[in-house]
Design a binder for this molecule. Structure first.
Ligand SMILES: *Cc1c(COP(=O)(O)O)cnc(C)c1O
Length: 363
């Protein structure tokens, strides 16, 4: 930092315009399971935008904000939990972390493991993860094993590993992940001044809905919020075990991040829904894609298909008029270019001359 000059001394407020954000572990330390002995492994995750959604608010007759989790360092909310899980693993002297992943957990684990100097092993369902996520895990140096099975099978194998090899699991069955993910709720309350009335988010393995609910409850218990939101969780119709009340053996959806048939935090999700007076519902792939494109075109947010499930659910099931609503957009649309390109028409090429360009744009 430079010496203050005469001009900055004359400024009325001593607050610099941009305070250095230290990442969720340092910012919310007193709410997290860390101590002086815990090293901080962070990529300065968190502090993501809470965007007022003007057109969406008009469309649903409520006051809607979008929590843009794709703005995290590796492009999804998984970083909030990963900073805590990897920091705790570092404290315990772990050398290898392992996870099963529909993609974003592996990208996040690979990045934070690299930061901590650990080895990272990820199991992914063959053919069912977005290309951008696979690329991330590989570029960050993870050992990636493709499983000829789905996410649920991959997670079952991961659960089997610690007894046989010196590894720490960093899936959301690791409570440190859930603890870190509570910080999403803290940030929302810190920005709005209180909890929203309704909180919408996609549900896959159900760690995030569990974490948000716990986060809101902890903040209220600490006197930092006066109310709790109703939790609205949305599953993809082809992968909706909680809605159907039974495991789905062959989950199917274009929203690969929530293509899960046997959620590890099933109980956490139903508890969040019932304790909050909320609901867990299903949205079809068509409804998800409609919301995905609409968000990009009307709210300028390019999110993942799975993320758009939160808005698809809001549009489908509605909320009481005038409610304050936060929809979490869990990941960045750039992770899955194949899906995006499949939804739009790829432009034709024209001769490299002004007239052809004018013809092509109809001007
Ligand atoms: C992991 C993930 C989800 C699902 O979160 P759960 O905690 O598994 O319910 C949703 N969207 C994106 C983009 C994800 O990466």
């Amino acid at each position: 930092m430079g010496e203050p000059n005469a001009r900055s001394e004359a400024r009325p407020s001593p607050e610099p315009p941009l305070r250095r954000w230290r990442g969720v572990l340092e910012e919310y330390r007193s709410f997290l399971p860390v101590s002086e002995a815990t090293p901080t492994v962070s990529l300065q995750e968190g502090a993501t935008p809470l965007l007022p959604a003007r057109r969406l608010s008009e469309r649903v007759g409520a006051e809607v904000w979008l929590k843009i989790e794709g703005a995290n360092p590796t492009g999804s909310f998984k970083d909030r939990g990963m900073t805590v899980a990897i920091s705790k693993a570092a404290e315990a002297g772990t050398e290898i972390v392992v996870c099963a992943s529909t993609g974003n957990t592996s990208a996040s684990a690979a990045a934070y493991a690299a930061q901590a100097g650990m080895r990272c092993v990820v199991l992914i369902p063959e053919g069912h993860i977005a290309l951008g996520k696979l690329a991330q895990a590989l570029v960050h140096g993870a050992t990636v094993v493709q499983i000829q099975g789905n996410f649920d099978t991959a997670l079952a194998i991961v659960r089997d590993l610690p007894g046989r090899a010196p590894v720490t699991i960093v899936n959301s069955i690791n409570p440190d992940r859930i603890a870190g993910q509570m910080t999403g709720a803290f940030e929302i309350v810190d920005v709005l001044g209180d909890a929203p009335e309704i909180h919408c988010l996609p549900v896959g393995n159900a760690g995030n809905i569990t974490a948000y609910w716990r986060g809101y409850c902890e903040y209220k218990a600490a006197g930092l919020a006066t109310r709790l939101p109703r939790m609205f969780g949305f599953q993809a119709a082809g992968a909706a075990p909680i809605v159907e009340g039974r495991r789905v053996e062959e989950p199917e959806t274009i929203a690969t991040a929530i293509r899960i048939g046997n959620p590890a935090s099933w109980y956490g999700a139903t508890a969040a829904s019932s304790e909050s007076g909320g609901r867990i519902e299903a949205v079809t792939d068509e409804e998800i894609l409609e919301a995905y494109l609409w968000l990009a075109r009307e709210e300028s947010v390019y999110c993942e298909a799975a993320s758009a499930a939160s808005v698809a659910g809001l549009l489908k099931f509605g909320v009481p008029g005038g409610s304050s609503v936060v929809c979490v957009l869990t990941g960045n649309g750039m992770k899955d270019p194949d899906l995006a390109v499949g939804q739009v028409s790829v432009p034709a090429s024209v001769p490299a001359e002004t007239k052809s360009v004018l013809d092509a744009i109809g001007a």
